[in-house]
Write a protein that binds this ligand. Structure first.
Ligand SMILES: Nc1ncnc2c1ncn2[C@@H]1O[C@H](COP(=O)(O)OP(=O)(O)OP(=O)(O)O)[C@@H](O)[C@H]1O
Length: 227
């Protein structure tokens, strides 16, 4: 089944001076369930814009996105909230953990919004933190964890509500290359073992090599040549 489809997706910005920047130009893309896809391309080529629109964090100027065959209605906030609660998990370059909450509390956090009972939240968060290799760091604050460990917590948090799709914007961008490789391997393992689809943006050719498919962007368009 196709998990993401975009049809003629465009995004432009118009500045006060009348200058128009085309961040995406009629992008047509299909990503199948279970795929691990990376977006690569030079700075400003549109990778984050495409990821944000697919993840319903931003609206297109024109064109359509389908998630699991259903057209996204960007004006319908309750359908967007339900996509964010149930279908899509996010991982960010800067980890974006809540600094006053422990690893366990950070992973429990998205489950509050799904009305998961407190005991189930703790059970699932423990399992997920174990899965990402942090079973012995449950009560640590983000400031007590390394960058790689913080990103592991963020991956566990992204998995909290059992999404079918994880979108990750430069997930290894703040990490040294060894730690980045371990994070890439962890995401690949979760993809293979749990069938969760991953779409990541990256500048790192090593990270891109772990993907099933590299989508190369240039000037807001998908470049036709193989990478
Ligand atoms: N909010 C915004 N307002 C105006 N222009 C924007 C905005 N967001 C992005 N752009 C422009 O859209 C284009 C695509 O930006 P985008 O962030 O998607 O690129 P990217 O490939 O992710 O870059 P990087 O690798 O540097 O993160 C760029 O020219 C950028 O300047």
């Amino acid at each position: 089944m196709t998990i993401i489809e975009t049809r003629d997706l465009s995004k432009y910005y118009i500045f006060g001076s009348g200058l128009r920047v085309d961040a995406l130009r009629e992008v047509n893309l299909k990503i199948e369930e279970g795929e691990f896809v990376s977006f690569m391309g030079p700075s400003g080529s549109g990778k984050s814009t495409l990821l944000n629109i697919v993840g319903c964090l931003d609206k297109p100027s024109s064109g359509t996105v389908f998630i699991k065959g259903t057209e996204v209605d960007y004006r319908n906030s309750s359908s967007i909230v339900s996509l964010h609660r149930q279908t899509i998990g996010f991982v960010f370059q800067a980890f974006n953990l809540i600094s006053t909450m422990s690893a366990m509390e950070n992973v429990c956090y998205p489950m509050h919004f799904n009305r998961t009972s407190s005991s189930l939240q703790k059970q699932r968060a423990t399992e997920l933190l174990d899965l990402v290799g942090l079973g012995d760091r449950l009560n640590h604050l983000p400031s007590e964890l390394s960058g790689g460990e913080q990103q592991r917590v963020a991956i566990a948090r992204a998995l909290a509500n059992s999404p079918r799709l994880i979108l990750a914007d430069e997930p290894t961008g703040n990490l040294d290359s060894d730690t980045g490789k371990k994070i890439a391997d962890l995401m690949r393992k979760i993809n293979r073992e749990q069938g969760v689809s991953f779409v990541i943006t990256t500048h790192d050719p090593e990270m891109a090599r772990t993907a099933d498919r590299v989508v190369k962007l240039k000037d807001g368009k998908i470049a036709p040549e193989a990478f």
